[in-house]
Design a protein around this ligand. Structure first.
Ligand code: HAM
Length: 420
């Protein structure tokens, strides 16, 4: 038997109601904040992500699904949406029509990571990008929007972490400070962190190795060395979050795994999902639009992992979705009435009601079992003596009450079915 590829997962019909509930909640909140939906292709030219996310990141360095197509073009299944959205923004000059473009998305993403609970190779993100304003109020709005979504799904065990990475100039100065601090401790760092010391020193903060954490704990903090503008913006974000009653922590180690960030970065963690705690992450990326060939334009955004959120919701028993039901199941009593049943089903469906019937020539008892399995609100028995008299028996499955309905007074039947 051929099985699904490691790290990918089928979303089965029984999973769908929870996914739909989440998607509808998310979309409603994005629309309340006046964000418009965008959809981009599943794959892009590899250079978009290499340039956008950064060559030295784990995503670009070791996680992308990259392949050559038959024209020898290097393509990559999208590992994230921000670079793709910016590509579309630049390509279609979206900024020319509107100075602030607010977009949201839901899409599968692909990263070849080691699969574990809450970590997949194909996973789904929803997220938002606001392109065109440098206002820290918009950064605060991103955190607020993400938090509101998680809270309205019923999640409780949440921690909002924020940090500022400043401007690239501040960061370069700070990197030198960090280098000076770590230089004589370098030999004690893990192999990964020693490599990061050379390639991407800030990522040492991401190390989960205990001895690395001990060393890095006393290192100078970037938030204490911010330029004036980043510092003021960070203050505004904090103030706004306080006003919106969003509890948050400042986490100076929150450097994020993508290179495009400037100023605010944030993550919202859950204590209910095991090791992969980040439900969402984001921040400001004022240089990315230009890096990808557009006009210099400030922007901010976030993305959240749907599988992880659903896992947290399941563990916290956040919401229950109603059992799927159908309006009516048609039970054929006489086998020669197959085509009558099928025709009636067609008529009922046109009335925007959910109807099903037996396609397997099963007995009346087996059809009844099927109706129960499908949670039918009503069953209609077609055949027998009633049918010869132009009548059918309609049974309300929740009350057990049966009544006769006329074959020719179809509208009467429809009215009964529509009456909840
Ligand atoms: P990210 O932190 O790489 O950010 O991903 C965002 C969220 O996607 C994570 O917090 C996590 O919930 C989910 N996620 C990431 N990798 C996996 C995986 N392998 N399996 C399951 N879930 C996963 C970004 O992607 C940025 N584009 C966010 C952003 C938007 N920044 C600015 N705008």
């Amino acid at each position: 038997m051929i099985k699904a590829v490691t790290g990918t997962k089928d979303i089965l019909p029984t999973d769908i109601p929870r996914w739909k509930y989440l998607e509808q909640t998310v979309e409603k909140i994005f629309r309340n904040f006046n964000y418009k939906e965008i959809r981009t292709p599943i794959f892009e030219e590899t250079s978009l992500f290499a340039r956008g996310i950064g060559e030295e990141t784990d995503i670009v360095g070791k996680e992308m699904y990259t392949f050559k197509d038959r024209s020898d073009t290097s393509l990559t299944l999208k590992p994230e949406m921000t670079a793709a959205v910016v590509r579309a923004y630049n390509e279609h000059s979206l900024g020319a029509q509107q100075s602030l473009v607010k977009l949201f998305y839901t899409s599968p993403m692909f990263r070849q990571e080691r699969p574990q609970a809450g970590r997949f190779r194909q996973f789904h993100q929803f997220g938002a990008e606001a392109i065109g304003s440098k206002s820290p109020l918009l950064d605060a709005e991103m955190v607020q929007m993400a938090y509101e979504i998680l809270v309205s799904l019923g999640l409780k065990n949440l921690t909002v972490k924020i940090n500022s990475l400043g401007t690239p100039e501040t960061r370069d100065k700070y990197k030198q400070l960090l280098k000076n601090f770590l230089i004589d401790k370098k030999d004690k760092l893990s192999e990964d962190s020693r490599r990061r010391f050379e390639t991407n020193i800030l990522r040492i903060f991401d190390s989960k190795v205990e001895s690395d954490q001990k060393i890095i704990k006393d290192a100078p903090k970037l938030v204490d060395h911010l330029d004036e503008e980043s510092k003021t913006d960070f203050e505004v974000v904090k103030e706004q979050l306080e006003k919106s009653k969003i509890p948050f922590q400042i986490d100076p180690a929150l450097v994020r795994g993508l290179d495009y960030y400037t100023k605010l970065t944030f993550e919202i963690d859950s204590g209910s999902v095991g090791a992969q705690t980040a439900l969402c992450g984001g921040g400001r990326y004022d240089l990315l639009i230009e890096t990808l060939g557009g006009k210099s334009t400030p922007a901010t955004g976030f993305a959240a992992g749907i599988e992880r959120i659903l896992l947290a919701c399941e563990n916290e028993k956040c919401f229950t979705v109603p059992e799927p039901t159908i309006d009516i199941y048609l039970i054929r009593i006489d086998s020669e009435l197959e085509s009558v049943v099928s025709e009636l089903a067609g008529k009922i469906r046109k009335e925007n009601l959910t109807v099903d019937y037996d396609y397997l020539q099963r007995s009346v008892k087996a059809q009844m079992r099927e109706a129960n399995k499908m949670n039918a609100r009503y069953v209609l028995f077609i055949g027998g003596d009633e049918y010869k008299e132009g009548k059918m028996n309609l049974k309300n499955m929740s009350t057990g009450v049966e009544e006769k309905v006329s074959l020719i007074k179809f509208q009467e039947l429809v009215e009964k079915l529509k009456f909840q």
